[in-house]
Every structure is written in C-alpha cells, then in structure tokens.
Design a binder for this molecule. Structure first.
Ligand code: ADP
Length: 493
C-alpha cells in the first residue's frame, strides 16, 4: 500500500471561511498538517453568502456542474481558493441552498427546514466534483451528520466507479448531540434506495437519521478524544447511538484535536495587552490588571480571577454554574468574568450578575474573539463545567496561557487536564465528576484554597501547564494511522 494518499475532506464548515464550532477548526487545520506529511488533500465546503469573495480571492472553477439527486438533476457552480497552506478548497455554489444568512439556522435560531436537502446536495456535489476533475481519492473524509451520507453514497452508488470505487470512507463525529434527524419524507431526495431505510441504517423511530446511516456505511469512524469515544459507547452519553458505535468494534476510535498555536500562544499573541512566557510571567500580571479594568473590577493582582468563555448551551453546564456562582462570590474572596452567548435566560442571568456583585463580577454577552484572548491571558483559572465535551478547545488554550482549568472530568476535558495532586503538587488543573452546582462550588473552592494556601504548588502547576503541547502534527499522524486502517477495511485486508 502506498504511504501517501489522496484525501477529500467534505464538510459544512472550515476556518477561516465559515465557522460555528470546533468542526471548522479541524477542517481548517488537519489538511495542512496532512499535506506536510506528504498527502494530497482537497477540501469541499458550501459557498455560503457570508464568505467574502474578495477577501479570500475566490476564483470561478467549474460551471455548470450537474449533480444527480435521486431522479432529479440539480445544477451548481464550483469555485476554488488556494488556502494559506497551499490546500485547494472547492466551494459549491447553489443559490437555492447556500445564498442566505446563517449556516444552519436563521437569526432567531430556527433551523432551516431544507437542511437535509442542503447537505445531502453538498455531499453528492463533492463526490461529483471528484469525478469531474478526475481526483481519485484513497479516502473520503466526512464530518458530522451534514456530510455523513458520503459513506452511503460510496458504498451504494459509486462502488464500481473508476474514480470513486476504490475510496475508503471515513467519518468524524464532532458532537453526537447533533445527528440530522428529519421526517422520512426527506429520504427520497437523497437518492438512497428505500431498501436502506432500515433500523440498522437510516431509519430512526420512523424518521431518517443521517449520522446513523453514515456510521453504518463508514469504513472507519472516529470522534475527537479517546474518552469521548469510550463515553459514546454507553447509552447515557451517546444520544441513542451506542449500539451502532459498538457494532463498529475497533473501527470506532478517538483522536484528540490539536490546537493552532500560531493563534493561541501568549509569547506571540498580538491581541493581548502584554506577551509573556513560562520563564517570565510578568506580562500575565499586566493582562490580569488590564482585564480587571476592562470589566470594571477592583484592580488587585493577588485575588484569584475565574473566567468562562462559552456557548451558553445545555451541553456546557452553565445552568449548573448559575446555581453555584453566587455562593462562590458570597463565600470566597474571588472575582469572576464570563464571555458567552446562546440561551436567552442564561444570557439575562449572567448579564445581570455584575449589577449584583459590582467590582467582583463582569460579563460580556456576545461573541468577541479579542476578548476571548484577553480572558485566557488575564484570568487565573478557567471554568468548564460541561455535561459532555467531545474535545473542547478552551481548556487547551488555558493550559498554554498558564491559566489553570477547573473542569468536569468528561470527554476531551478529562484527556487534556491532569488532576492536581495535593501531596506532590502534580497536575495541571482541577477536575470533578458529578455534574452539579455543588461539585462546581467545592472544586472552585479547592482551586481557590490552592491559590491562597499552597502557592508553591499553584506556581509549579502553571509552569507545567504551559509546557503541554497538543499539536496538529501529532494528531495528523494518528489520522494517517486511522486512514490506513480504513483503506485496509475497504480492501477487505
Ligand atoms: P464548542 O466548539 O463546543 O463551542 P470548544 O471549546 O471546542 O467548544 O470551542 C469553542 C471555541 O469558540 C473556542 O475557540 C472559544 O474561544 C470560542 N468561543 C466560544 N464562545 C465565544 C464567544 N462568546 N466569544 C469568542 N469566542 C468564543
């Protein structure tokens, strides 16, 4: 078997063109790391309205391109960008499906009703593009429910195609909470025969489940951390997918995401008030003061400052935090800042907190990348009480910024944060198991007492945390090993 392969990534998001979550970071970073290892990668994403043609030098590439969906042929155009790493990114233009504001929903967070059609079309179009340009992939790598149908198309439509017939199918699950479950009426449009609409494949309580069908047909499935791979084999954590993931046996694995240290590194970060390193933390003190000023907190270098940056979603456990933070602020000498948006009731709650705790609590409701960098650099501890967390990025950034994570021991949080050992001063953060306000309160208390009473341990942990590295180069090596297994599975080796 050759050691370098042709890989097509099909996805609904990719940094820097379109992002709603960690999926976009993976699709943006992994191809470049794979290319460094000698593989040839192309990326296919939608041409959303928000992607600025001039900013990214988007060039027309192919028009029109016909795509068969069941019994109907639909038409689109293809554009191309050569990204900064030299990877070719193809954008599928379909006004009907992608020329609107928002990726998946409107401004009121109502899902677009034609989402199953939009992403079935994207997936079919990506495969058609491979045929039209003669790109003969060794691996078709799909991401989440939006492009999960790729594996089904490869196995049921293209099994003897000269271009696609040899391709192994690979599916990454970034968050099993989103499966693409729709009325069965949408199934016709996919063009996948009704013979596949069975309970082991696409059928899910009378509806069509894109992710489930994709899992069935993929030669290999992975998720974005080893612990989340284990958790999603259990009924409690898998949103109904545990039996199907267990059926994959060894062909369901966890590979931890890397992070982009060119963007998230306090030594070179141009967005923060002062740079600093493991050997000279003076700049971190400046970042803390500036952050306190920005949020109208009392300026005090010696008070532990707790930070949160998060989508305000059920998954992230911030409703649990809302049940603990007032006791934390009442009982402990600490300050608190939060940056986030999402659930309206939580937005209101956290927006109001600074009024009740003036000088000690701050919040910014909205999305603000610069402020996210300020918080990572300026706080002492970073809180992530997630109910589940496939990988999580912020805790990894925190380590690099010498900000100790206080996290629930779940998914990627458990894999990336090492528990503090009070006997030796070992570890890089503070972990708790139970998803409750009580656990948050007591674990924050444990961190705060370490800050005040075991300062030597705290300082050692900060330095140890800053040495940790979760690079895309390492993750890409693991993807290569997994691709090899997918190719072997495809060939029946
Ligand atoms: P998820 O993808 O589930 O939202 P992650 O921790 O994997 O969670 O990634 C979240 C990313 O989004 C991080 O880069 C984080 O800094 C960023 N982020 C989340 N909310 C905000 C916000 N309100 N403002 C700025 N950045 C945010």
């Amino acid at each position: 078997m050759s050691d370098t392969w042709k890989i097509v990534m099909v996805a609904s998001e990719c940094v820097p063109y379109a992002k709603s979550g960690g999926l976009a970071d993976v699709v943006g970073a992994l191809p470049a790391a794979l290319q460094k290892l000698g593989h040839e990668v192309i990326i296919v994403i939608p041409k959303y309205r928000a992607i600025d043609a001039e900013q990214f030098d988007i060039q027309p590439f192919l028009s029109p391109m016909g795509v068969w969906m069941g019994d109907t042929e639909e038409w689109c155009a293809v554009y191309k960008i050569q990204n900064q790493a030299g990877v070719a990114v193809y954008l599928i233009e379909s006004d009907k499906y992608f020329d609107r504001d928002g990726l998946y929903h409107d401004a009121e967070f109502n899902d677009f009703l034609d989402n199953p059609r939009r992403f079935a079309f994207l997936t079919r179009a990506a495969l058609q593009l491979c045929i039209d340009i003669g790109f003969k992939p060794d691996v078709v790598h799909a991401h989440d429910w939006q492009t999960a149908l790729a594996s089904a198309y490869l196995k049921t439509w293209h099994w003897d195609d000269p271009v696609l017939g040899g391709a192994a199918s690979f599916l990454t699950i970034h968050n099993i909470g989103y499966q693409g479950v729709y009325d069965a009426g949408h199934y016709d449009y996919t063009g996948l025969q009704w013979g596949n609409f069975t309970s082991d494949k696409f059928e899910d309580h009378g509806k069509v489940n894109f992710l489930k069908g994709g899992i069935y047909y993929a030669d290999l499935v992975n998720t974005v951390s080893p612990t989340y791979a284990k958790e999603t084999r259990t009924p409690e954590m898998a949103h109904g997918m545990a039996p199907y993931l267990n059926d994959k046996g060894e062909n369901y694995v966890g590979i931890l995401n890397g992070v982009d240290y060119s963007q998230w590194n306090p030594e070179i970060d141009p967005l923060i008030p002062a740079n600093y390193s493991r050997d000279d933390l003076t700049g971190k003190g400046i970042c803390k003061r500036e952050l306190q000023k920005r949020f109208y907190l009392y300026e005090d270098g010696d008070i532990p400052l707790i930070g949160v940056i998060s989508r305000l979603a059920h998954q992230k456990g911030l409703d649990l935090l809302s049940g603990a933070i007032e006791s934390v602020l009442d009982d402990m000498h600490v300050q608190f800042v939060l940056l986030g948006s999402g659930d309206k009731a939580l937005e209101r709650y956290f927006a109001h907190l600074p009024v009740r705790y003036p000088g000690r609590a701050g919040s910014y409701i909205g999305y603000n990348n610069e402020l996210a960098h300020w918080i990572e650099a300026g706080v002492d501890m970073f809180l992530m009480p997630s109910r589940y967390e496939p990988c999580g990025l912020n805790q990894i950034y925190s380590l690099k910024y010498g900000t100790l994570p206080v996290v629930r021991a779940t998914g990627g949080l458990d894999d990336t944060v090492e528990q503090y050992d009070e006997a030796t001063g070992g570890g890089t953060g503070f972990k708790f198991i139970e998803a409750s306000a009580h656990s948050i309160y007591y674990t924050v208390g444990w961190a705060v007492s370490t800050y005040y009473d075991r300062r030597g341990h705290w300082d050692q942990m900060v330095r140890r945390a800053m040495e940790k590295r979760f690079s895309w180069d390492d993750s890409a090596q693991e993807y290569v090993a997994a691709y090899r297994r997918a190719i072997e599975n495809k060939k029946g080796l």
